[in-house]
Structures are given as structure tokens and as C-alpha cells.
Write a protein that binds this ligand. Structure first.
Ligand SMILES: [Zn+2]
Length: 375
């Protein structure tokens, strides 16, 4: 991951970068051991475009990330790499890349925590960001807090002239920032129809381009588009399973908009949308749902016919990291549930084993909805 990050960033001293790349290669050779032929340096760099399971010796890469690729075929950072780098235990060294997004996230956290400008954050986890950012928003009172979270969840992209009307904490923390170059094409960008955030752009031969959401579930649902030239100008057309004309995104001028950076989208918008979808579904079943109750002790407080569910909704890419994080987290009370997306149902028993001793129960979204419906 360090090697892939080094190759895709403009920052850092070139000689130091080459030294570190060689160190990465050396570690790979050592991982292969004396009996197995390790790839040469040039081959190693090329293999960063292949699935992780093919790059590393057999048995080293856990099965759940074996199919991820760190670099795209054109040598740019893949969305898998960015996601892993933000979630995993990677040092936040400027030479590692994702400079714009990380720097923005760091400056927001600095502003929110009023900490010293030079303070470095060795590891920003979803919890750090949420604790610091949410504490600053809570300072403004419960009502403003909920409206801040609503805005960041529902509208991760804002018109420049709308920024001045946002709740004060969001303006003060400058959570909306310029849209980076890898999310625009000829100064235009497009929003994912599922999360409303900016889609990543891959340039294709012949002046074409592919736009796709960074969230794998949204890509699976069809948030993949191709830029085509029509007599009336350029437009996007569907390139995935989605075919609903009302969900076809428009190309918009980059200069007129600001967006959340990667970490805020990943750690605030994506879980927020999962929580809101659950809340909407449960309310339709006649349940009383309160979002972020008791000063955001947990995500959803659900009541129906005398039964209570205290829900923490989790949208982590790695259920192993989640299990690791939550096995020491005390639940907020009786009937506390960790709820994970249906797509990760196969990891429910893994998380369940890790958090059982603390008293958490684990359900997928549809499990929770079925349980509330039956109550
Ligand atoms: Zn999306």
C-alpha cells in the first residue's frame, strides 16, 4: 500500500520516494522467502495493478481483501487503495499520497479540536474524526447538531453561494472544499445518484471518460457512467446496471461547487445515509425512531410495542477492523445492536464472536427491519 501511495502522489522528495519504493520491494522479496521467486522491481511496480492475492505470496493476504487492486490500469490510485489507506493502520505521512483529501480532513479536525496547527495525527480513525467533529457541532446545541448531520449526510456537495447559509459550525470548520482534479474532467464533475458525492473520473482514450462512485455498493447498483459527445455537447450515459433516466447525473462546472473531502464523505456521509435509510424503513413499520439520541450516544433509538433496539450502524470496508475496534467498546445499554450492511452478511458471525463478551448483538440491515416488523 505504501508503494502504491508513493507512486500516485506528486508530493515528496523523488530520491526519498525511490528509496522507500526499494524498501517496499525488499520487504516483498523477504515475504516470499528464499524458496519462492519474488517479482523483480519493475515487475513489482506493474503488479500493483493486479489483485493483492496475486502480488503477495500465498496465504499472506486475508481472503476478504485478496481481490482488491491498489492501482488502476492507467497507474492512478484505485478507490480500493484510498479506502484502505483511510481505514487501515497506515501512517499519515505526507509522502504517502491522497494529499488533498487528507490535508483537508486534518485541517477540519484541527479546527474542530482547536488544537495546535502543527499537531500531527498519527492515525485518523472514523472514531477520532467523529468524536472531534461531532463535539464541535454539539457545542452549538442539539438542534444545530442534528441539522449539521442532516446537511452533511444529505448534501455532500454544495453550491458555492449556498455555503454562506449552512449551519454555523459547518461554515466555521470549512468542511466543504474545492473538488480535486481526480474528481473532475475538463472542469466538470458529476454526483453519484445514490450518495450525491462527487464521482471519481478515469480518462479513457479518444477524449472519453468514465465516472464512477468510490463506494463499491453504489458501483454495483449502477453508479458507473461514460462521458459521450453528442451534437448538443457532452453528457453522461449509463455504463452499469442502472437505467432510470431520472437518476442520470448531470455534468456541472467545478468552480460553482464545493464538496466534502474523502474522509468526511467516507466517515460521515456514507454511515449517515445507511442510518437514515434504516430509520425511514423502520418508521414505515410503525416504530418510533430517534436519530443520534442522548447527545449521540449511539445512532438510532428504536421502539415498537414496548421493545427497544439501541442501534450502532457500521459501514466499514473491513469487518476485521470493525471487530477489532468494537471488541473493547462497551454497548450503550441493554438491547444494543451493531447493524452492518446486507452485503457484508457473511461477516456477521465474525463480528458477533468478537463483540459477544461485551454484550453487543449483531444484525444486518434486513435482519433488523424483519425483527422490528415482527415486534
Ligand atoms: Zn455513491
Amino acid at each position: 500500500m505504501a508503494a502504491a501511495s508513493l507512486l500516485t502522489t506528486a508530493e515528496g522528495d523523488p530520491r526519498a520516494k525511490v528509496r522507500m519504493l526499494m524498501e517496499c520491494h525488499g520487504r516483498l522479496v523477504r515475504a516470499h522467502g528464499p524458496a519462492r521467486r519474488a517479482p523483480g522491481f519493475a515487475e513489482f511496480v506493474d503488479q500493483l495493478k493486479k489483485p493483492l492475492a496475486e502480488l503477495m505470496p500465498p496465504g499472506v493476504v486475508p481472503g476478504h481483501i485478496g481481490s482488491l487492486k491498489l492501482l488502476n490500469a492507467d497507474g492512478t490510485a484505485s478507490s480500493d487503495l484510498e479506502h484502505l489507506a483511510f481505514e487501515g493502520p497506515v501512517a499519515w505521512d505526507a509522502s504517502h499520497g491522497f494529499d488533498v483529501d487528507r490535508e483537508h480532513l486534518r485541517s477540519v479536525v484541527r479546527a474542530a479540536s482547536k488544537s495546535h496547527a502543527k499537531q500531527s495525527f498519527a492515525r485518523l480513525t472514523p472514531e477520532t474524526v467523529q468524536n472531534v467533529l461531532f463535539k464541535a457541532m454539539k457545542h452549538a446545541g442539539e438542534k444545530v447538531y442534528v441539522s449539521c448531520r442532516d446537511v452533511v449526510t444529505a448534501a455532500p456537495v454544495q453550491k458555492v453561494r449556498a455555503i454562506g447559509h449552512l449551519p454555523a459550525p459547518l461554515r466555521a470548520l470549512e468542511v466543504y472544499t474545492d473538488i480535486p482534479a481526480d474528481r473532475s474532467f475538463c472542469d466538470r464533475f458529476a454526483r453519484c445518484p445514490f450518495c450525491q458525492w462527487t464521482m471519481r473520473v478515469h480518462a479513457l482514450p479518444g477524449g472519453a471518460a468514465r465516472f464512477e462512485c468510490d463506494w463499491p455498493d453504489h458501483r454495483d447498483r449502477g453508479a458507473v457512467f461514460r462521458l459521450v459527445r453528442t451534437p448538443s455537447g457532452e453528457a453522461l450515459k449509463f455504463d452499469g446496471d442502472l437505467r432510470k433516466p431520472e437518476m442520470l447525473p448531470r455534468l456541472e462546472p467545478v468552480g460553482d461547487y464545493r464538496a466534502l473531502s474523502y474522509g468526511l464523505w467516507l466517515w460521515v456521509t456514507i454511515p449517515g445515509r445507511f442510518e437514515m435509510a434504516l430509520a425511514d424503513a423502520l418508521r414505515l413499520l410503525g416504530a418510533d425512531v430517534e436519530m443520534w439520541p442522548f447527545g449521540d450516544m449511539y445512532d438510532l433509538h428504536v421502539e415498537k410495542n414496548g421493545r427497544v433496539w439501541r442501534v450502532d450502524a457500521k459501514t466499514w470496508a473491513s469487518m476485521y477492523e470493525l471487530a477489532d475496534e468494537m471488541c473493547e467498546a462497551p454497548p450503550p445499554g441493554r438491547d444494543s445492536y451493531i447493524v452492518i450492511p446486507d452485503k457484508q452478511a457473511q461477516y456477521a458471525s465474525l463480528v458477533r464472536r468478537a463483540v459477544k463478551a461485551q454484550g453487543w448483538k449483531v444484525l444486518t440491515g434486513p435482519d433488523l427491519i424483519a425483527a422490528v416488523e415482527a415486534a
